[in-house]
Design a protein around this ligand. Structure first.
Ligand code: SF4
Length: 370
């Protein structure tokens, strides 16, 4: 049974979307330009990317999360990337609004049975937008396409206040069409400094409303929402990385240091644990923390946040994917003792001071040239 060695979250350069969901994270930033960023090529060919992040160089099979700011499946190189990652023996998911049929056909056609066992599709179930655009049957068709292909999947709703009057309708619809209730994520407001909960309800009301779906994803994600993790030691940067497919840069985490670029194909991958989190809270902790970036923290297994058993008795997750996401990062990596943790924190400080010194030097040099 494969165990997770590292978690690599990948930003796919798509800044366009065929939807305009009212709670979309893109819309929290700059309303005039958010959907106009286009689709940018990857910094290297998918094959080179996977050569850089090979199983051997990473130390074992890893989980690559593929997600764009817009609709991920619109990227013309995405399916090739999934092909290369799964061929290498890594596990991956695609975050999608589930509306591009031809892309699903292409994906199913391209992967062999073994590759399909290394993939799951994360269908974002935008109920009101699907109804508004008349695309619900397309969405259901694509979920069924994936289900019949043997690829694992999960269905997730982003909770928002406008959806509350439709909860009973959605539950009934989901049991009928998907054999189970969707999972529920937690919506954040990226326009706020503390990345607040995106709702007019109190936290308690929000919990009571959305816990009706009995989603392990929702329960865990809300339980850690707004919890600062500065007192924990986080292995992001060592056990997990954040990669930008457009620039080629990879970092410790969203708020962490840049460690290198995957364009330097001959160079070894650089790892350095962040130690102390630099964000107000770990808003994607349902993945980072459930995979085990802070091993002392009690969390569900990642599969529990994604899988559902259907009324037929079948599961959304196939056994191989379920097994892989039943493992934790600490099972395949060395856990630091207190001395090692302190050393890692000091090392981070030293590197940051050196980097700052370099920046100041370059600035002074530029001033001198003017
Ligand atoms: S606690 Fe979460 S956001 Fe913070 S560094 Fe770790 S993984 Fe990243």
């Amino acid at each position: 049974m494969d165990k997770i060695k590292r978690f690599i979250t990948c930003l796919i350069p798509v800044h366009v979307c065929n939807f305009r969901c009212m709670y979309c994270y893109l819309s929290h930033h700059d309303n005039n330009t958010v959907y106009a960023g286009g689709i940018k090529p990857f910094a290297t060919e998918p094959k080179e990317f996977v050569n850089f992040f090979s199983k051997e160089r990473l130390g074992g099979p890893c989980y690559f999360n593929l997600c764009a700011a817009g609709e991920t499946m619109m990227h013309p190189e995405l399916i090739d990337l999934v092909y290369e990652l799964t061929k290498e023996g890594h596990y991956t998911d695609i975050v999608t609004n589930g509306t591009l049929e031809r892309k699903f056909d292409e994906l199913i056609e391209k992967l062999d049975d073994n590759q399909k066992k290394h993939l799951f599709i994360k269908f974002s179930f935008h109920y009101l937008e699907l109804k508004k655009k008349g695309m619900m049957s397309k969405f259901i068709g694509n979920v069924n396409r994936i289900k019949n292909s043997g690829i694992s999947y999960t269905i997730e709703i982003t909770p928002h206040d406008e959806l509350v009057p439709f909860i009973d309708e959605i539950k009934e619809f989901s049991i009928r069409e998907f054999g189970a209730l969707p999972h529920i994520t937690v919506a954040r407001n990226e326009g706020t400094d503390d990345i607040a909960l995106l709702t007019k309800y109190s936290r308690e009301e929000y919990y009571n409303i959305w816990s009706q779906f009995d989603s392990a994803l929702f329960k865990f994600k809300l339980s850690i929402f707004n919890q600062n993790r500065k007192c924990d030691f986080c292995y992001a940067g060592l056990w997990s990385l954040a990669v930008d497919l457009e620039s080629g840069l990879y970092s410790q985490c969203y708020g962490g240091d840049v460690l290198g670029t995957f364009k330097d194909s001959n160079k070894p991958i650089k790892f350095r644990a962040i130690g102390k989190c630099r964000l107000p809270h770990c808003f994607n902790g349902h993945a980072f923390l459930a995979c085990g970036d802070i091993p002392e923290l009690e969390t569900p297994f990642y599969y529990e946040e994604r899988d559902r058993q259907m009324t037929t008795g079948e599961h959304w997750f196939k056994p191989e994917v379920r097994d892989f996401f039943s493992s934790k990062l600490s099972e395949s990596n060395e856990v630091y003792n207190e001395d090692q943790k302190k050393k890692a924190m000091r090392w981070n400080k030293v590197i940051r001071v050196v980097c700052l010194g370099g920046k100041v030097k370059r600035f002074i040099k530029r001033l001198g040239q003017k």
